[in-house]
Design a protein around this ligand. Structure first.
Ligand code: AMP
Ligand code: ZN
Length: 453
């Protein structure tokens, strides 16, 4: 399997640390609001990554943090008049339900920052002992000038930066890129006791402490969106490698952004959508999943309602195809081999998760089947498509096995009879009745296909 490693800026063959086992850390949400669909694009990319690895027999141990203490959270909870815990648990629950709706597999563990403060304190102590951190008025900062490899992920020109800008330096910091590890308590804010005084952890230290606690000091993969390359991941490397003297992560993976009208999604521009906004406009979450699969994770994707509409139609056609195949009797022989499709699909997904190419192969198979149905064994195609869906995650099996109520079946039969008698208007009335009940009929040469709307 080849993946693009941000550290080397190259596609590399993936070699795990342990045979057939992968440690994967994915930066999770700050729980003070609904996740937007840009965030969800990143979690979808990480889910595809995990599914591809699992598809090839790797056991993936995925850890995802929940940032449940942070400036925006503190302000939000105070405004809502709720305790930090009640406030963050509410958004954590919504986040997890979004993941479920998108058929994103749950990590082995969600790690809450507030439940790992001792591990963070220990890491900060190690950095202080190595003179990689300093204390000012109850806060602790990382001293970037003392860590020689600082800037290796983001490829910063540290010499140029050091001699140049001394602008924007926080009053309390010694260097431009120095960042906070421990924030001294402020009045009215939540805090924890520590050897440096009462306070709370900085954001970056969370991910270093929790990833190493569960995955070890060196692990295989770390993923997030491109905006986290700097400073978040650069700082994670500095903290972790500074403390342990070992390589922190072997492969860094970053997904590109979802844009709206060519711009980054943001609250101030009013171009931010959540999964709820999509559902309100009658777009089921898996339509969004399909849309995301149509673009490579390292390309920017401009979100439009038109493209979501197109994804809806294409996904419907794919579901219809699955329905069509499930209603076929196994015709036994003859049959064209499907090996090339299987191989093509696997080559695409193992080539840095090329999902658009993988989908193209699915459609090639569907089109070839429709061109010469007698050349294929429908049951075998169905099995292959279900295998593909283990990676695509579109829940196609569920569609294929959906139970059609007797009432719907009999309405469809009634409509068929009317159509044979060329009573078109009456047949249309029955079709409307079927649709009102949440079902759809699609006429094919052989028989009508029944599906859920
Ligand atoms: P945050 O809650 O801001 O830390 O973001 C959670 C995840 O979403 C991180 O992996 C970010 O890199 C990612 N992310 C933020 N904005 C976007 C966007 N517009 N498109 C794709 N991913 C994003
Ligand atoms: Zn992180």
């Amino acid at each position: 399997m080849k993946i693009f490693n941000t550290l080397t800026r190259q596609k590399e063959e993936f070699i795990p640390l342990r045979d057939k086992e992968v440690g994967l850390y994915t930066c999770g949400p700050t729980v003070y609001d609904y996740a937007h669909i840009g965030n969800l694009r990143t979690y979808l990319f990480e889910d595809i990554l995990r599914r591809v690895l699992e598809n090839f027999g790797y056991k993936v141990k995925q850890i995802m943090n929940i940032t449940d203490v942070e400036d925006k959270i503190i302000t939000g909870s105070q405004k809502a008049g709720l305790s930090l815990k009640t406030f963050t648990r509410k958004y954590e629950k919504i986040f997890k339900s979004d993941l479920k709706k998108l058929n994103i597999k749950s990590p082995a563990k969600f790690t809450r920052a507030t439940e790992h403060i001792p591990a963070m304190i220990k890491l900060i102590e190690a950095l202080l002992a190595k003179s990689l951190a300093y204390q000012i008025e109850g806060s602790v900062y990382f001293k970037t000038s003392a860590f020689k490899k600082y800037g290796k992920l983001a490829r910063l020109d540290m010499e140029g930066l050091r001699s140049g800008a001394r602008v924007d330096i926080d009053d309390y910091k010694e260097g431009v890129h120095d960042f906070v590890l421990w924030k001294a308590v402020k009045k009215g804010e939540p805090s924890w006791p520590s050897p440096f005084g009462k306070g709370r952890p900085g954001w970056h230290i969370e991910c270093s402490a929790m990833s190493m606690q569960y995955l070890g000091e060196t692990f295989d993969m770390h993923a997030a969106g491109v905006d986290l390359i700097f400073p978040h991941h650069e700082n994670e490397i500095a903290q972790s490698e500074g403390a342990t003297g070992k390589t922190f992560v072997n492969y860094w993976l970053h997904g590109e952004h979802l844009l709206v009208d060519g711009q980054k999604m943001s609250k101030s521009l009013g171009n931010l959508f959540t999964l709820r906004d999509l559902e309100e406009k009658d777009f089921a979450p898996l339509i969004f999943r399909y849309l995301i699969l149509t673009t490579h994770y390292r390309s920017k994707l401009n979100f439009t309602w038109e493209s979501l509409g197109a994804a809806k139609n294409t996904l419907r056609k794919l579901k219809d195809f699955v329905n069509e195949l499930t209603s076929h009797k196994n015709t036994g022989l003859p049959k064209t081999s499907l090996d090339d499709y299987k191989k093509g699909f696997e080559e695409a997904i193992t080539d840095d998760l090329n999902t658009p190419e993988a989908l193209a192969i699915v459609w090639k198979l569907i089109n070839n089947y429709h061109g010469q149905p007698k050349q294929y064994n429908p049951k075998k195609i169905l099995k292959l498509i279900y295998d593909f869906d283990k990676v695509l995650g579109l829940r196609l099996k569920k569609i294929g096995s959906v139970e059609i109520p007797v009432e719907i079946k009999s309405l469809v039969e009634q409509r068929e009879k009317l159509r044979q008698e060329k009573k078109w208007e009456e047949a249309d009335i029955v079709r409307e009745k079927i649709e009102k009940l949440g079902w759809r009929v699609k006429d094919t040469l052989e028989r009508p296909i029944i599906g859920k709307i």
